[in-house]
Design a protein around this ligand. Structure first.
Ligand code: CXF
Ligand code: ZN
Length: 368
């Protein structure tokens, strides 16, 4: 079928908004009509050419929500009309990772996903007679997309798709990470108050944190973060050499949990250093430049600090995302104030320009 989509032909090029051909779903696959899709920094890495898993021409987008319009053979758990959120991290329920219950990672279809094709090795998209590639297994910058059933979370029908689309990436990543590690009364610090950082702030608030400290180079980030529950702000551009000391002081010697959302290895080290000796946990979320390494003296962890990472908020998408939709529908989780811009697909370049210049928190493309 024909679908309106944004095609990225090569890094650095503007998107081409055009009609693509979408082939019907094959066994285990589902055709989804996307209602809305957020723009995320990981899409920007594909635009800038630093995402090794993007094969061009590509149809980007991984923060969407929509409806099932057709199911392929062997699809058992979804039906036409179901509301779904595509998952860049699937949940097959049968692999060693899914069965372990120790991780939300499921790498059952990662090799093909990272080559821009479906699990059978082929693409469902064609543009101007040539193959166009999937991206992150989701390709939500197309009105119609094909996604494996194991990469679709079925959600309640009364949730507004143009808001809960944010649960497809940024919000779940931040809120989930906080819910995993923050306990009532904890002092936490977040390095980097962008789209992920503010959601860690709201997750920490939901978890009952006592003190929520934000560190950022831009003082303009403070206001919105306070709206989500931030209690203290440190402007790291003022006295960069004193940030560690200032955070430790606010934490009474060290913090219970530190979250790193900048991707700078120096900041990662700082996040570990501000953790309380004996029990502090440092959680890495920021993505470092390819090949970068972080230096850690063993003693920084030997005396009881924990250094860990978090992916998609530790949430197993198919079985765990419904809880987040409920939190939103119950008024406990905020999505609306995160959306600073709403765009038509034709204005997608403008949306990414706003992301680059820092003037947008979240932009959402509306297909309807
Ligand atoms: C990212 C997080 C870092 C690894 C790749 C996927 N999530 C979404 O943008
Ligand atoms: Zn993302």
């Amino acid at each position: 079928m024909a679908s309106r989509a944004a095609i990225l032909t090569a890094p650095g090029n503007p998107f081409v908004v055009d009609t693509v051909e979408v082939a019907p779903p094959r066994p285990g696959e589902v055709l989804v009509e996307i209602a809305a899709s957020g723009l995320c920094h990981t899409d920007l890495t594909a635009i800038e050419g630093s995402n090794a898993s993007c094969v061009y021409p590509a149809i980007l987008g991984h923060e969407g929500a929509g409806r099932v319009v057709e199911v392929g053979p062997e699809v058992r758990g979804l039906a036409v009309g179901d509301h779904v959120i595509p998952l860049y991290g699937p949940e097959c329920g049968a692999c060693r990772m899914c069965l372990s219950r120790r991780t939300n990672l499921c790498w059952s279809i990662k090799p093909t996903r990272d080559r821009g094709v479906m699990p059978d090795g082929t693409s469902r998209f064609r543009w101007r007679g040539e193959v166009a590639h999937h991206f992150m297994g989701t390709s939500t910058f197309s009105r119609y997309t094909v996604v494996p059933e194991i990469a679709l979370a079925k959600i309640r029908q009364d949730a507004p798709l143009d808001r809960v689309c944010l649960l497809g990436c940024g919000v779940t990543t931040g809120v989930g990470a906080a819910l995993d590690d923050v306990r009532e009364g904890d002092t936490v610090v977040i390095f980097g108050l962008g789209g992920i950082g503010v959601n860690i702030v709201q997750g920490a608030r939901i978890a009952g944190a006592g003190r929520i400290i934000g560190v950022d180079l831009h003082a303009s980030k403070e206001l919105l973060a306070r709206r989500f529950g931030l209690t203290d702000f440190i402007d790291a551009s003022r006295e960069p050499g004193r940030v560690t000391e200032q955070v430790r002081a606010l934490g009474g010697g060290g913090v219970d949990v530190a979250f790193e959302c900048t991707g700078h290895t120096g900041v990662m080290r700082q996040a570990l250093d501000v953790c309380q000796v004996g029990w502090g946990t440092c959680v890495l979320l920021g993505v470092e430049p390819a090949g970068a390494e972080m230096a850690v003296p063993p003693v920084a962890v030997r005396y009881g600090r924990t250094l860990k990472g978090s992916y998609f908020g530790g949430v197993k998408g198919r079985s765990g995302l419904g809880r987040f939709v409920d939190l939103y529908m119950d008024g406990k989780l905020e999505l609306d104030p995160l959306i600073t811009h709403r765009l038509d697909l034709a204005d997608i370049d403008e949306g990414f320009r706003r992301m680059q210049d820092g003037s947008a928190l979240r932009s959402v493309i509306h297909f309807e």
